[in-house]
Design a protein. Structure first.
Length: 684
């Protein structure tokens, strides 16, 4: 009796397998901007029609069986060998492969909810057996190919062929059917619109499996792999496509594909469609001006500093441009940040008191010894060196040698830990990196850079990015609604303020970038900004912020090919950034970074970074964390031999008519022939 009671309880609300052929169509979901403007409609193709198995290319059927269920005709709903093989390949070979049969997948997609519970698995098993009893193998295969989701609005092979290739399913070739066959495994992860690289890799996996099963020859596989796939989407059906698919992916992860595509959800996002259209236009326009410099693409991300809300996301200059793989979303792709990562490195030194904004660095050609490797000899942009510079000018002018010295002082372990804490998710193991990390030697996501610079803008408090304000179901029941939650402090407000003051100081960067460059916003004198160009000229960034907004821009090429040398800190991404930030601050009151109580200003000596002696030292005003404020006057004792015309250090004894001794208190250098760190004053 107990067994019967358990069975009755389990099956009390189990769906009827006859629904598989009922034609019960779903209700679309709407994606809106923050002001309620419709930007996308997620729905199952209501024009979906049954397509007979005989009208589907044999290669599509074989491709589906190859990647999903090669033993389809030999089992009764469950493939024990397939389950074991899937476990082996997942655990031992680290190749993700499930063990579900086509029948199980049909039941899961058409009859059950996406939750992963024991009860649902039991229901799935019962329905799988019932389906095998009620329908023939041909009917099950036909229903699978007609009712399986292939991504977003596309359910069934007919809709998928139309939506992805703008073709009738009967007109697909081998390369195209292999792409389609791979999608049901994870329509979001393998979406050719959101993740073209992953879709291509999946297609090649399908083709390899087909060859392995002798469904195709090696020659056919190679030709299909080499074929260029042309994806199709109607432009008038989606606005802000990169953002839409970014949001859609998050929705599916949380609510499941069926509820998102069939549940009649209404999703208010953080996007400002008017701003989005403006940013898209600026990216396309400015990239167009750079074509002669071998720049084919650009991207931008705009967020609110305090909330992390995404106001605009432009993943490429044109989502619909197949020539540049416009569907590739640079905002969520890995790229090298160049010098844009430097503020996070200097922030570590200032936070820990290893340096202050007034500390002196010797910007001279330097090689760094690296254990068990060749010496690391970084160079400055343009092979120019500027001699003794305080930290403010070293960071403002983005000098490479001081930045590497700063990382050497901080230590890779401490910098990686700190960068990770501020939101850089790709920095985890310090053993994976070297001193070039501070010059952009580690890949990052644009979204992470926005979070990290947002923490600086938000006085040291990290605010994760968010893209959704509210979601209701088809009955207007609120499923979730945004509520502001203060983030976690990852940097002291004092350090964030000091870094922000440096990055907003036009005078501090004028030596390299000139005064009044594109890094300045008219009528808003206090906008912090940092550029970044990789040494191999493959990525060019500009990242800037105010207390209210963060704007990140990038130009380059999706295929990582080099740009020409004219694309620099103020020419590549900077004009896009300038126009976006100018638009954001249009008609806004001037805002300054609020000085924390723990920051004290003091006049210090240019040459020492310490309180000036009674005479003989030019001085300037600098900000310090209270606990690291200089507390005594330092005599001018430390000296270095330099060429007085260039400011560059020269070796003692070298025959140079322009040689002179100069007071020196640089950090990161060692006592030796070039630098005397603790010796009496020496006059000319």
């Amino acid at each position: 009796m107990l067994v019967i009671a358990v069975i009755v309880w389990i099956t009390r609300d189990i769906p009827n397998p006859s629904k598989l052929s009922s034609g019960d169509f779903p209700e679309s979901s709407q994606v809106l901007d923050r002001n309620g403007k419709l930007i996308y409609e997620i729905y199952t193709d209501k024009r979906r029609q049954e397509v007979e198995l005989e009208s589907i290319p044999e290669k599509l059927v074989l491709a589906t069986l190859a990647i999903e269920d090669a033993g389809f005709y030999g089992h009764f709903g469950f493939d024990v060998k397939g389950i074991i093989r899937g476990l082996y390949r997942t655990i031992v070979e680290r190749r993700l492969q499930g063990g579900s049969t086509l029948t199980q997948q049909l039941v899961k997609n058409a009859l059950l909810s996406p939750e992963r519970t024991l009860l649902r698995k039991i229901k799935e098993a019962i329905l799988t057996v019932a389906t095998e009893l009620m329908y023939s193998k041909k009917e099950i295969l036909t229903m699978y190919l007609n009712q399986t989701p292939y991504g977003g609005t596309l359910w069934g092979v007919k809709a998928a062929a139309r939506g992805i290739f703008n073709k009738e399913v009967s007109g697909l070739d081998l390369a195209e059917v292999a792409l389609l066959a791979g999608l049901p495994g994870s329509p979001t992860r393998y979406s050719p619109f959101a993740h073209p690289d992953a879709a291509k890799n999946r297609q090649e996996m399908v083709l390899a499996r087909m060859e392995e099963l002798k469904f195709i020859t090696a020659t056919e596989r190679q030709a299909a792999v080499a074929e260029k796939l042309n994806y199709y989407i109607k432009k008038d059906k989606v606005l802000a496509p990169h953002f839409v698919f970014y949001v859609k992916e998050k929705l599916i992860d949380k609510y499941g594909l069926k509820k998102v595509t069939e549940g009649g959800l209404k999703v208010w996002t953080t996007l400002d469609l008017d701003l989005q259209n403006y940013v898209q236009t600026q990216v396309a326009t400015e990239v167009g001006k750079l074509n002669k410099y071998n720049v084919t693409n650009g991207a931008a991300l705009v967020t609110e500093s305090k909330s992390g809300q995404i106001l605009s996301m432009v993943g490429s200059k044109d989502y619909f441009d197949s020539e540049i793989e416009g569907k590739y979303n640079v905002v969520t792709a890995l790229r090298q940040p160049g010098s844009a990562i430097k503020p996070l490195n200097y922030a570590v030194g200032i936070e820990t008191g290893k340096v202050t904004a007034a500390s002196i660095f010797n910007d001279a050609e330097t090689c760094f010894e690296v254990e068990n490797q060749r010496s690391y000899c970084p160079i400055n942009y343009g092979n120019k060196y500027y001699g003794l510079q305080n930290l403010r000018h070293a960071l403002g002018n983005s000098l490479n040698i001081p930045a590497v010295k700063m990382l050497k002082i901080n230590g890779l372990r401490e910098f990686v830990a700190s960068a990770s804490a501020t939101g850089i998710s790709t920095f985890s193991n310090p053993d994976d990196f070297g001193l070039s990390l501070t010059l952009g030697g580690g890949e990052v996501y644009m979204t992470d850079m926005s979070v990290a610079f947002g923490a600086l803008a938000n006085m040291g408090v990290l605010q994760p990015l968010t893209s959704i304000l509210k979601i209701t179901d088809k009955n207007d029941k609120v499923l979730e609604e945004y509520k502001y939650i203060p983030g976690k402090r990852v940097i002291s407000s004092e350090t964030a303020f000091i870094i922000s003051k440096i990055l907003s100081d036009d005078g501090a960067r004028s030596m390299v970038f000139g005064s009044g460059s594109m890094l300045n916003i008219k009528k808003h004198p206090e906008v912090a900004v940092k550029t970044g160009t990789t040494n191999d000229l493959r990525d060019n960034w500009t990242i800037g912020y105010t207390p209210d907004y963060v704007a990140v821009t990038w130009v380059g090429n999706n295929d990582n090919s080099r740009m020409s040398g004219v694309v620099s800190g103020t020419s590549g991404a900077a004009p896009i950034w300038n126009k976006i930030m100018t638009k954001l601050l249009e008609d806004k009151l001037i805002k300054h970074f609020a000085k924390p109580e723990g920051v004290i200003g003091a006049t210090v000596c240019n040459l020492t970074g310490q309180l000036p002696p009674d005479e003989g030292c030019d001085s300037y005003y600098e900000y310090f964390k209270k606990e690291f404020l200089p507390d005594k006057k330092v005599p001018l004792r430390n000296t270095i031999l330099i060429d007085k015309t260039t400011g560059q250090p020269i070796k003692k004894g070298e025959n140079n008519p322009n040689a002179q001794w100069q007071e020196h208190a640089a950090v990161g250098d060692v006592t030796g022939e070039w630098v005397c760190l603790d010796c009496p004053q020496i006059n000319d």
